[in-house]
Design a protein around this ligand. Sequence first.
Ligand code: PMV
Length: 307
Amino acid sequence: MISKAPAKVILFGEHAVVYGQPAISMAINLHSTVEMDYSKETTIDGLKPDFKYHSYILKALEIVGIEKNLRIRTESMIESSSGLGSSASISVATVSSALALKNSWKRNEIAKMAFLTEHNVQGRASPVDTSTITAGGCIIVSSDLMDNALWKINLNERTWYVSRIEINELNLIVVFSGVKGSTAVQVEKVYNFVSKNSFGMEIIKKIGNISIQSIKELETGDVEKIGELMNENNKLLSILGVGHEKTNEIIESVMHYSYGAKITGAGGGGSVIILPKDEDRVMEILESKGYRPFKAKMDRSGVSLVQ
Ligand code: PMV
């Protein structure tokens, strides 16, 4: 069995989603694959399995409930700790291949089990990454039931509804700052900020409002308004303390040639998404600074079985 899973970008609402606010995210065309067959002994990329290096794969197999020996091979185009969902992509592809081996491949089950995998390995987490990568296209994750619901995820008395948003193609440029951010560290940082500052929750709610406002603009493809909301969301993320000098520098350098830009994912480095006015100029500026920007296209399929 071979499963192929995309990467993702969070368009609006990261961090706020951990506190029940809505977030909007989109699968993009960077992929990982996980190949899995029954075998005499279990190997992962030719090595003996080790929880230190293969935590997501081993946890996913445990959650799916596969006890037989497997030969597993992985490949990924997604930089780790870059905010683009590398671990979620591997978790989703692993669950997908494992469920296919058991003849019980179902997209909503993959979303649930891959989320449990991430939650077990990482601690505090929302299902945004795993659900986006499973569903493909653009989705909203919210604690309220919305139109076009795909599935619902429950954990520890918390419920997230995952719903489809139909948007126009969005021509984003994605660039990794080169600074690997740890999701767990950034999530903890925001938790401390929110518990110590009386206005912390107001910032979280403001971010949630931006996600809601963005739905209409994304559906109609109003790039000027989408860009403004991205800039506003980014300012609020900086107040929460998850900005970084490298990502600020990237955003400032392309400001005149874009409608908007923001960090995507946990922050503290990681990646930036840019909605360009002048795509070539933005690419040129970033390349001249030594970055490797990438013109992202929406991945509409989500996780798929290749074989
Ligand atoms: O950087 P990533 O891809 O791990 O995104 C994390 C998104 C957060 O909202 C910060 C955490 C979460 O689990 O939703």
